[in-house]
Design a binder for this molecule. Structure first.
Ligand code: FAD
Ligand code: DLZ
Ligand code: SF4
Length: 511
């Protein structure tokens, strides 16, 4: 008899730990754990989403005839840790072995690797084959390359899975249609309503638990509209393909006040916990292209996010952990300002993105990258505080995907391993891609002075502070040429404005 442990982000019936499960003898164990909910104090919605999805998944398994041992978070006998729970279950069941799919995060993988010794029992740790590129395959691809660039990795993945291919050539003749994307939002854009679901009894039970056990965690529990079953997650995917995908490419980078969902898919929560399978999402969108329901720029852009970025990010994580976590190549030192938790700032773009994050446990990619991340980068926030924030606040956040996005893509803390240059931008970018600046206390057209947009002077101050490290980057050459042409007077104003801004920021005075 074997114990088969399923973690909160392993809610796939095809998961490797269940492959040869014997319904008559084996016991599947799942546990809601305080340690997992508080190692960073996850957003209330994330805990509710995952606990409810876990309970629904357990119910499904029982319906299929499996015996499931499920420990609830508020069970007085709950030991609070994976090891404690497994030890207890071993004693109760006399199981001869534990079967588990490798956790997606380094901290747990290292811990699980020690179990067979500690517990003196056979531990069958299995690869997580829900990803489209195995860790070993990625390492082989990366070996010997001077630069690791997503674009080349993505092309190999397209070939491997024959996605959007015309023989050996990409459909349409180009691998990447980004040049046709990135349109600014236009007035009167008609954004479809996001797909939401009413909470059933199971979810309402979880609400009561989260209210009682995690009242001081960040974020709003209500309104709650996440899918918590595979069928519901499939409905989210289907509605995206039907109603949003055709405009996904055009408005992928656009931000509109009070429109948090835009034309994005909102499937990361479900992909990352196993309710959706990456290949089925890719194939459903490719099908929409072939049937004429969505244009190539939208479909290719969407597929690149999943087949390219998502797999590439995961590959980098496993290639570089554990050192990746401590990297800080720009020596950023600033503590995360309080307004990241309260949204209490006069900078409207940040206020919007943080408020929406608090309500939804979601922000789309450009909000995460070019507003929140951009600020964290140019204000010199320390990677530890920024990583902790991103891991805490988003319902799709797990270290394997959060860390490379934050330390690599946003903070350039890995000195360009993941991104070829820092994604730093002034207020002009945010103004072009959003309508946030229209309702801001600051003036995006002003370059200096107390009402000038802080992104404007902080951008140049960032380049100034980091010139020794960034000037030689070939993709920064033009920018530094412009910087060198700046008059002494202008440079002095930038330094003054930045110093004043940082003085306020560092004592959490409202900025
Ligand atoms: P869409 O825009 O509809 O994209 C489709 C899918 O592509 C996503 O669901 C996701 O699975 C995948 N994808 C897109 N971009 C990325 C990327 N850069 N890395 C990995 N997968 C990607 N994504 C997470 O899943 N978890 C995180 O913790 C996370 N943290 C991030 C932190 C920062 C600083 C940044 C810049 C990005 C982060 N992302 C993270 C990537 C991306 O922002 C989210 O995947 C996306 O916003 C999820 O919304 P969506 O499902 O509507 O995505
Ligand atoms: C994120 C999370 C939370 C909040 N709670 C649990 C839990 O109680 N039980 C569980 O099995 N998994 C949980 N998870 C997901 C785990 O953190 C996730 O499986 C690991 O981060 C993967 O390495
Ligand atoms: Fe953000 Fe500056 Fe625009 Fe205000 S003016 S919304 S701070 S970019």
């Amino acid at each position: 008899m074997k114990l088969r442990l399923i973690l909160g982000d392993q809610l796939s019936s095809s998961i490797s730990a269940l492959k040869d499960a014997d319904k008559d003898t084996d016991v599947i164990m799942m546990c809601e754990l305080r340690t997992e909910a508080v190692y960073v104090k996850h957003h209330k919605k994330k805990i509710a989403f995952l606990f409810s999805a876990m309970r629904h998944f357990a119910a499904d398994l029982r319906e299929q005839g499996f015996s499931v041992r499920y420990t609830r978070c508020d069970d007085p006998k709950n030991t609070g840790t994976f090891l404690g729970e497994v030890e207890y279950a071993l004693k109760e069941t006399n199981a001869e072995a534990i079967v588990v799919t490798y956790p997606t995060e380094y901290r747990l993988r290292s811990e699980f690797n020690t179990w067979s010794k500690i517990l003196n029992v056979s531990v069958d740790l299995r690869e997580d084959d829900r990803f489209l590129c195995s860790i070993c395959e990625f390492n082989t691809w990366a070996r010997g390359r001077k630069q690791l660039r997503m674009e080349y990795f993505y092309r190999e993945m397209r070939r491997k899975y024959t996605v959007l291919m015309d023989g050996s050539e990409p459909v349409g003749g180009k691998w990447n249609y980004d040049a046709e994307n990135r349109k600014p939002p236009k007035d009167g854009l008609d954004v479809p309503k996001s797909t939401g679901f009413d909470a059933d009894e199971i979810t309402q039970d979880v609400f009561r638990l989260v209210e009682a056990e995690f009242p001081d965690h960040f974020g709003d529990l209500y309104p709650f509209q996440f899918a918590v079953t595979r069928d519901q997650a499939l409905e989210v995917l289907e509605v995206f393909i039907r109603d949003r995908l055709s405009q996904f490419g055009d408005f992928q980078d656009a931000m509109v006040q009070n429109e948090p969902w835009m034309f994005h898919s909102h499937i990361s929560f479900y992909l990352n916990c196993g309710l959706l399978d990456p290949l089925e999402c890719i194939q459903a969108s490719e099908e929409a292209y072939h049937s004429g329901a969505a244009p190539l720029n939208a479909v290719e852009g969407f597929i690149r996010q999943i087949l390219g970025w998502r797999e590439f990010i995961r590959g980098i994580y496993w290639l570089k952990m554990p050192d990746y976590k401590t990297q800080n190549s720009l020596n950023a030192t600033r503590t995360l300002p309080d307004f990241f938790w309260t949204a209490d700032t006069q900078m409207n773009c940040l206020h919007q993105c943080i408020s929406e994050t608090k309500t939804n446990a979601y922000a789309h990619h450009i909000q995460r990258l070019m507003v929140l991340g951009n600020f964290a980068l140019i204000a010199g926030l320390h990677p530890d505080g920024v990583n902790e924030w991103y891991l805490t606040v988003y319902a799709d956040a797990y270290e394997w995907v959060e860390l490379p996005n934050v330390s690599g893509m946003v903070l350039f803390a890995d000195h360009g391993l993941l991104a070829s240059k820092p994604y730093a931008a002034s207020g002009a970018y945010i103004n072009r891609m959003s309508d946030y600046c229209k309702s801001c206390y600051y003036q995006v057209a002003e370059k200096s002075g107390s009402t000038a947009c802080p992104f404007n002077y902080l951008y140049w101050d960032f380049l100034d502070r980091n010139a020794a490290k960034l000037r030689s980057n070939p993709r920064m050459g033009l920018i530094y040429k412009n910087f060198q042409r700046m008059s002494e007077e202008k440079l002095a104003a930038i330094r003054d404005d930045s110093t004043n801004f940082f003085k306020k920021l560092d004592i959490n005075e409202k900025v």
